[in-house]
Design a protein around this ligand. Structure first.
Ligand code: URA
Length: 311
């Protein structure tokens, strides 16, 4: 199962056949995968499709409009070519290819993320890729951090503050470790520090929902008191080194580790959860400037693009 740096990536699942449909990505093994995707070295993922399209366009410019991108019309001058959404009419996710990079969205939470990760891992298996790194660029709630701070994940903890992802299969729960690749996270930090001084490495609490599991009081329901909320967030921060909370990093890191690919997680904090629940910098919240969110969301994209360009 483990893929060495310079060896062709292989999945060990004995039930995989030569003919497979990657249903949610809208492609199959009949689509010249090795020719189209064999050069892929980075797979970048984030929640929203628009964000990942934006990231793909940013990267396309930064990498100088590489020929090995998937575009609408290769006969046009480079600057006028438009990146195409490879998933076509499949409708669940978007995916763009820019040189050696795939930029795809994963939706929200581990359920949605795991579906696209299974298919992306199958994609690099059938495409005979080697030395692929997976990077999640996302948003999060920070703990004791100014909104706009970038957090690079060391270890991802689940909502019970355990450092693993619990995968249920055939009525049993199996625990897989959820840690990022040290070289990749240190490389991302080095690069991030050239973009912003507000950047830290820390642990990430990855919850199954945005409200109760992230100890928010302002969901439709709340089963705990404000004191219990504060005690939990404090404990996560003080005892477990948790710097931010989001919804994907345990599943993401565990699946990447299991597959034997390097992975990194870089998220911007949109709110200090030691201070408030609602995301700042968004219209209507009355906290921060309305357009701050857009500016902050761009930070992981800029850092990731720079990292890819320089490595
Ligand atoms: N995403 C989350 O999961 N939590 C936050 O607080 C912000 C973004």
């Amino acid at each position: 199962m483990m893929a060495g740096c310079n060896s062709t990536f292989r999945l060990a699942n004995p039930y995989l056949s030569d003919k497979e449909t990657l249903y949610h990505l809208g492609i199959s093994t009949d689509d010249n995968l090795q020719q189209r995707f064999g050069d892929v070295k980075y797979i970048c993922l984030g929640g929203k499709n628009k964000r990942m399209e934006n990231f793909a366009n940013l990267l396309y410019r930064d990498l100088g409009y590489p020929e090995n991108s998937e575009v609408d019309d290769a006969s046009k001058p480079k600057e006028e070519r438009k990146l195409i959404d490879i998933t076509g009419s499949a409708g669940r996710y978007s995916m763009f290819k820019v040189g050696p990079v795939l930029s795809a969205n994963h939706g929200i939470g581990p359920a949605s993320l795991s579906v696209v990760l299974h298919e992306l891992l199958k994609l690099i298996h059938f495409s005979h890729c080697n030395d692929v790194s997976f990077i999640r660029i996302g948003t999060s709630g920070g703990l004791g951090l100014e909104p706009g701070t970038v957090v690079i994940t060391d270890t991802a903890y689940n909502g019970l503050l355990q450092p693993h992802h619990a995968q249920v299969a055939c009525g049993k729960e199996i625990h897989y470790p959820s840690v990022t690749n040290p070289d990749l996270r240190n490389g991302l930090l080095k690069c991030a520090l050239t973009v912003t001084k507000q950047c830290v490495i820390g642990n990430t609490l990855s919850a199954n929902d945005f409200y109760e599991e992230q100890a928010r009081l302002d969901g439709a329901f709340c089963s705990f008191s404000e004191d219990e909320k504060n005690a939990f967030i404090r404990r996560a921060h003080d005892e477990y080194g948790v710097k931010n909370m989001e919804m994907e990093s345990t599943c993401f890191t565990a699946m990447c580790l299991r597959a034997g690919v390097k992975c990194g997680v870089i998220c911007v904090a949109l709110v200090d959860r030691l201070v408030r629940d609602n995301v700042t910098g968004v219209k209507g919240t009355g906290v921060g400037t309305d357009n701050k969110l857009k500016e902050w969301e761009l930070l992981p994209q800029v850092i990731c693009a720079k990292y890819i360009k320089e490595n």
